[in-house]
Write a protein that binds this ligand. Structure first.
Ligand code: SAH
Length: 401
C-alpha cells in the first residue's frame, strides 16, 4: 500500500491546479495512466512530459481520480507520513484540548488538514471517524490503529454513512471499530453547556460542531435576554440551549425530527434548566412559518439553520429560491428591531450570493435589514487556502426594522 504503482501523465496545460496544490485531479485532466493502479493505490502525478509533480492516492471509479498527498515527490507515504499529518491536525486544536469547557470538536478536517477524505471528531473520550474516499477506506485499519495509539480514546465509532461515498463506489458503513461502545446517553460539553449526543444515530457525527462559535455569538445576553425566540431547524436545540442559559424569554425549538427534539428537551435537563413554557415543535419549517405568518405570531429573534439545499451546481437556482422563501417568511415574523440569524451550509452558495438572496427577501418583505455580524464555520473546521471548496458554512446576523 506504500508503493507507487503507476504514473499519471496530465494533459498539456492541466498541471496548474496541481502546482497550486489543489488536492484533486479530475478524470478530465488525465492524459495517460502508465501502470495498472488499483483502488486506493499510490500514484505519481506528472506533467505531460513526465516531470513528477506530486504523489496521490487513486480511485478509478471516481470523477476525482486522484487526491494529492505530497508535493515532495521524494517523500515516502508510509506510516510515519500519516502519523505526522494526524499529529499536525491535533496540534492545531491545542486550544480546544486545553479548554475544559468544550469536550467535543473536530480533530481532522479532511483535505484542509492535508488528510483527504478523513474526518475525525472528538466527543469526550470517544472518536468518530468518517472515511469519505476509497483511498482512505483501504487504509481503515492503519488509521484506526494510529488514532488509538496516538489519542488513547475509549472507543472509535465509524460513521461512513454519507452520500459522498456513493461517488467513490463505496458502501454505507457504521459501527464500533475499536474499543468500547460509548455509554448511553453520552453527554459532552460545549462552551460550558452539556449536550447529549448519539454517535451512532445522530446527524453528521453526532453534533453540528461547525456552529459552536456562532451559537455563542448570536446568543449573547445583549441579543437574547428576555427575548422571544424561534429556533428553526433546531436539531438537538443547540442555539436554544445557549439562549436559555443567557436569559432568553420563551423559545420555540422547531425541527422535523422528533428524536432530535427529544434530545433537545433532554439537554435542558442535563443543564438543570427548567423552562416549562418553551415549545418543542415537530414539523416542516416552511409550513410552520407560514402558519405563524397567517396567525400573526411574532418573535424578537428568528434563527434559520436549514440543511443543505444545494448538493450540486444544478441545484443552485432551486436552492436560492428556497433560501429566499424561508428568509422572506422569517422577516415577516420579526418585531421591529428584532434579529434574524440566518445560515446556509451549501458550499455551492457563495457568501456573496447568500447575501444577495437575503437582500431579495428584505426587498420583498419591505423591511430594512442591517447586517450586524457575518459568520462562518468554527475554527476547528479550517479551510486550506489551496482548497477553498472547504468553506461551506456562512451566516448573517441581521437587525430587522
Ligand atoms: N441548528 C442545529 C443544526 C441544524 S441541522 C444545531 O445547531 O445543532 C438542520 C436540521 O433541520 C436537522 O435537524 C433536520 O432534522 C432539520 N430539518 C430538515 N428539513 C426540515 C424541515 N423542512 N423543517 C424543519 N426541520 C427540518
Amino acid at each position: 500500500m506504500n508503493e507507487i504503482t503507476a504514473t499519471i501523465l496530465l494533459k498539456r496545460g492541466r498541471e496548474k491546479p496541481v502546482r497550486n496544490r489543489h488536492p484533486w485531479v479530475f478524470s478530465g485532466a488525465i492524459d495517460t495512466v502508465n501502470g495498472d493502479p488499483k483502488t486506493g493505490d499510490l500514484v505519481q502525478i506528472a506533467t505531460a512530459e513526465g516531470k513528477p509533480l506530486a504523489t496521490a492516492y487513486y480511485n478509478p471509479h471516481s470523477q476525482i481520480r486522484a487526491r494529492l498527498l505530497s508535493w515532495d515527490t521524494d517523500e515516502e507515504i508510509d506510516g510515519r507520513f500519516w502519523q505526522n499529518k494526524i499529529q499536525r491536525a491535533v496540534a492545531g486544536r491545542e486550544w480546544l484540548a486545553n479548554d475544559d469547557t468544550t469536550t467535543a470538536y473536530r480533530l481532522i478536517n479532511a483535505e484542509s488538514d492535508s488528510l483527504p477524505g478523513l474526518i475525525v471528531d472528538k466527543y469526550g473520550d470517544y472518536l468518530v471517524m468518517q472515511l469519505l474516499t476509497a483511498g482512505m477506506d483501504v487504509r481503515r485499519d492503519m488509521i484506526v490503529e494510529l488514532l488509538a495509539d496516538m489519542l488513547s480514546p475509549k472507543g472509535i465509532i465509524e460513521r461512513s454513512d454519507v452520500p459522498a461515498r456513493q461517488k467513490e463506489q463505496l458502501p454505507q458503513v457504521k459501527g464500533l471499530v475499536w474499543g468500547q461502545e460509548p455509554p448511553s446517553p453520552l453527554v459532552v460539553m460545549e462552551n460550558g453547556r452539556f449536550f447529549q449526543v448519539d454517535l451512532l444515530h445522530g446527524h453528521k457525527t453526532g453534533l453540528y460542531l461547525d456552529q459552536r462559535e456562532n451559537r455563542a455569538v448570536i446568543t449573547q445576553p445583549a441579543f437574547v435576554a428576555d427575548k422571544e425566540i424561534l429556533n428553526a431547524f433546531a436539531y438537538t436545540g443547540g442555539f436554544g440551549l445557549y439562549a436559555a442559559t443567557n436569559g432568553a424569554g420563551n423559545i420555540v425549538n422547531l425541527d422535523s425530527s422528533i428524536p432530535a427534539l427529544e434530545i433537545a428537551e433532554a439537554n435542558m435537563a442535563h443543564n438543570k434548566i427548567d423552562r416549562p413554557d418553551d415549545e418543542y415543535l415537530a414539523g416542516d419549517a416552511f409550513e410552520v412559518l407560514r402558519y405563524y405568518r397567517d396567525t400573526g405570531r411574532q418573535f424578537d429573534m428568528v434563527i434559520l439553520d436549514p440543511p443543505k439545499f444545494a448538493h450540486s451546481r444544478k441545484d443552485i437556482d432551486r436552492a436560492t429560491r428556497g433560501y429566499k422563501d424561508l428568509n422572506w417568511l422569517a422577516l415577516r415574523l420579526l418585531r421591529p428591531g428584532g434579529l434574524l440569524a440566518t445560515f446556509s451550509c451549501s458550499g455551492r452558495i457563495s457568501p456573496d450570493l447568500f447575501q444577495k438572496v437575503i437582500f431579495g427577501a428584505a426587498i420583498d418583505a419591505r423591511r430594512d435589514v442591517q447586517l450586524i455580524h457575518t459568520m462562518g464555520q468554527a475554527a476547528d473546521h479550517p479551510v486550506l487556502l489551496t482548497f477553498p471548496e472547504a468553506a461551506y458554512l456562512k451566516g448573517m446576523l441581521c437587525r430587522v426594522w
